[in-house]
Design a protein around this ligand. Structure first.
Ligand code: FES
Length: 345
């Protein structure tokens, strides 16, 4: 059983085999990711019906965001209840959703409407002929979904509600979207994000902009907020991590989002989206050269991924001054895995 001491001064980090053992990887999929809240859509998702795949390489669940004209958002299964055809393959604004295979029709909020050649079917239609509805939660124009939430959206996403209420998050417009493939375990990428300890060693350019001494870390039940100030004392960035894999980085000029998508124990996709606010300042402060910072981080995390598999590495220790965020993250991993072991869910 994984265990990390609650007292960071005494605690050891997660063992190396947590990252290399495929069994642990499979457990994190079922016991953490299926039970987590995931960002499904941002301001780029328009009215009507938008198909997407939830964590494509890990969960591969085919879903639809349906945004009504009153702004009401529903998340539905994108799988026909007849014989499993994918219903929608691109964003559209249909009056009805019609299955391209045999013509079953649904309303945009997922209700079964009609089906050809079924008049002799008994007990038809029934509840199970409607599209499955997936719990969703909306913050501004961002939509979050969970397949089987271990905790309520309010508990998990509360810090994101606060962050996205800030004036820097007003009037966000999509600027870009990219994916990076990293040869490392997903948790190593998150751990690296959760401490500023490495900034002076790894990110020379970023370190010139930030005052490392004024770095602040707030731990919340399912989140970690890091505040970075510029060398002249202004707030340069708020880095909010929502367990297990979402990073919301708010700068004076806008927001960047990293969604960490596990592929296998040694490969992770980082989905990276940027949004500018209306100040015209995006990319002028701690958000300058984000690509350089990303590549510097990837190099480090890939090297750790090789190192952590060494037969001479077992566990490490935490810096009580600098690695509270990493310790909290490891404790959350243990909490989710332990609860399932003890049958508490
Ligand atoms: S699979 Fe959709 S109507 Fe047959």
């Amino acid at each position: 059983m994984l265990h990390v001491d609650p007292d960071i001064r005494r605690a050891h980090t997660l063992p190396g085999d947590f990252y290399s053992d495929p069994e642990y990887f499979e457990r994190t999929k079922i016991e953490i990711f299926v039970r987590s809240w995931q960002m499904a859509a941002g301001p780029e998702c328009g009215k009507g019906v938008t198909p997407f795949t939830l964590l494509p390489e890990l969960l591969g669940e085919e879903l639809i965001i349906s945004r009504g004209f009153g702004g009401h958002v529903t998340c539905l299964s994108n799988v026909c209840t007849h014989r499993g055809m994918i219903l929608v393959d691109q964003p559209c604004q249909p009056d009805v959703i019609r299955c391209p295979y045999h013509g079953r029709r649904f309303s945009p909020d997922g209700k079964f409407l009609s089906m050809p050649e079924f008049k002799d079917a008994v007990d038809f239609p029934s509840e199970s002929d409607n599209l499955a509805q997936i719990p969703s939660f909306t913050i501004s124009n961002f939509v979050f979904v969970s397949l089987d939430a271990a905790f309520s959206a309010e508990e998990v996403l509360g810090p994101a509600v606060e962050l996205l209420k800030r004036p820097e998050a007003n009037y966000l417009k999509p600027v870009g979207r990219k994916e990076y493939s990293v040869k490392a375990h997903w948790a190593l990428y998150c751990e690296n994000y959760l401490e500023g300890f490495h900034i002076p060693y790894v990110h020379r350019g970023l370190n010139e902009k930030l005052d490392f001494g004024s770095y602040e870390v707030d731990l919340m039940p399912f989140a970690v907020l890091q505040k970075a100030r510029s060398r002249d004392g202004d707030l340069a960035a708020l880095y909010l991590f929502i367990f297990p894999n979402l990073m919301l980085n708010l700068y004076p000029g806008g927001l960047s989002v990293n969604i960490v998508r596990p592929v296998d124990p040694s490969r992770t996709i980082i989905e990276y989206r940027t949004y500018a606010n209306d100040t015209g300042n995006f990319g002028t402060g701690a958000d300058t050269d984000l690509e350089i910072v990303e590549i510097e981080d990837e190099k480090i995390v890939e090297a750790v991924n090789r190192g952590i598999r060494s037969r001479y590495y077992r566990k490490g220790r935490y810096s009580p001054a600098q690695e509270r965020g990493v310790h909290h993250f490891h404790r959350l991993i243990c909490k989710f895995l332990e609860e399932t072991e003890h049958g508490q869910t």
